[in-house]
Design a protein around this ligand. Structure first.
Ligand SMILES: O=C(O)CC1=CCC(=O)O1
Length: 401
């Protein structure tokens, strides 16, 4: 086999990987005596020489192609690559950001067409993004704390101040649905923990005390305290510490899928997790984490939610994640819980293996007057697995306190 044939075969493999077999088979089947040389040339030149270069991964090249075809107004190529990117698993968030970038580098009319065509492509693929009407409750203001380490903050709605604090390995978007629902009559502030999302990643390891002091300065900077604190897992650990250490900042507390303490065996598992991430990155733990986040039944019924959570986990800074694992693994609020004086709701997922029901029972027993609610069928990220049940529990609690 000559070199040109080798390059053609390698190029064809890349082309199939990026555009899909169906498209490539159609293109090869439609080749004629007139255009066959051209198809051969682009297969070798574009799909081997350029797409085959190791310097950028295919995902980055796909996004670049979207930007470039928008800039040139080559809309048939744009639609082709957009469809292929979505089918190839590029997260919609990243495609959206590429189109947003085009607004300033290609101009509003080009981005306008890009968004319109993207909507059509998504509709043909059967993907309907959730409605997000630009009502005052849905309008989200985005900023960072003034004080360092800077924390990324989203704020929406008007009314009673509520803070949402996310789980390890996720970010503010975990709360999209609940934030929008509460923003009708609350001012909802959510933030990325240090080491997560778009917040700063100072060198680790972190301590739970540092995460709690981040929360305290966030509430003080906001100036709306005392707040309703709703935290899930790591966010719930921060909430326990905040309510115990800074009672003046917390009016009432919801602690979901969390714990006040890990026994030695679990701390050993955290040490293993830290070692795995240090050796292999977050990809090394992603399957295991998804298995703890969601039940098998939920993963089968909602692969898109799992894909979203996996994407968030993999985008988390590995050093930030490890630094937070140190804080989480050493959490110990057992002596502090009896000092919490605010109304407290503890939510557990009946199937949660990351924070089993017994851990929530221990919190509810130690916090004076706390109430425990268990969501049937839910595992660790109960706000995503059982959003209606989670919201109902929060709304009933807000109405009562
Ligand atoms: O990552 C997990 O397995 C579960 C978890 C522990 C703390 C947190 O926020 O999530």
């Amino acid at each position: 086999m000559d070199d040109r044939q080798d390059d053609f075969d390698r190029g064809l493999r890349n082309r199939r990987a990026v555009l899909g077999d169906a498209w490539v088979d159609r293109s090869l089947g439609n080749a004629t005596a007139f255009n066959a040389d051209f198809v051969s040339l682009i297969t070798r030149y574009a799909w081997h020489d350029i797409w085959g270069r190791p310097g950028l991964d295919h995902r980055t090249r796909r996004l670049l192609v979207l930007g470039m075809t928008i800039a040139q107004g080559r809309w048939e190529e744009y639609e082709l690559h957009l469809r292929a990117a979505v089918e190839g698993g590029v997260p919609l968030d990243e495609i959206k950001e590429t189109l947003m970038q085009a607004v300033i580098y290609c101009g509003v009319p080009a981005a306008n067409t890009a968004f319109k065509l993207a909507g059509e492509v998504l509709a043909k693929l059967g993907i309907t993004p959730a409605p997000q009407p630009l009502t005052p409750a849905q309008r989200v203001a985005r900023h960072h704390t003034f004080s360092a380490p800077q924390l990324h903050v989203l704020r929406q709605g008007q009314g009673r101040p509520v803070v949402l604090s996310h789980a390890l390995g996720l970010d503010v978007q975990m709360w999209d649905r609940l934030a929008a629902a509460l923003a009708g009559d609350c001012e909802v502030l959510r933030y990325d923990h240090r080491g997560h999302g778009e917040s700063a990643v100072p060198p680790g390891p972190y301590t739970m005390d540092e995460l709690v002091e981040d929360a305290a300065r966030l509430v003080r900077e906001w100036g709306r305290g005392p707040v309703v604190w709703i935290g899930l897992s790591m966010g719930g650990m921060v909430g326990q510490g905040l309510a115990a250490r800074h009672p003046e900042l917390v009016q009432s507390l919801v602690v979901a899928n969390s714990t006040s303490y890990y026994p030695d065996a679990a701390r050993g598992l955290w040490a293993q997790r830290i070692a795995t991430v240090e050796a292999q990155g977050l990809a090394g733990i992603a399957d295991g984490v998804m298995g703890r986040y969601f039940t098998e039944a939920f993963r089968a019924a909602h692969p898109e939610v799992e894909a979203w959570a996996r994407g968030r986990l993999l985008r988390t800074d590995a050093a930030g994640y490890v630094a937070c694992c140190h804080a989480v693994s050493q959490v110990d609020w057992r002596e502090a819980l009896p000092r919490i004086t605010c109304p407290t709701l503890v939510i557990a997922g009946a199937q949660d293996v990351g924070a089993p029901v017994a851990m929530s029972e221990a919190i509810a027993q130690a916090v004076p007057g706390a109430r425990l609610e268990i969501i049937d069928g839910a595992s660790h990220i109960s706000v995503l697995e059982a959003p209606e049940a989670f919201e109902r529990l929060v709304r009933d609690f807000l109405a009562a306190h």
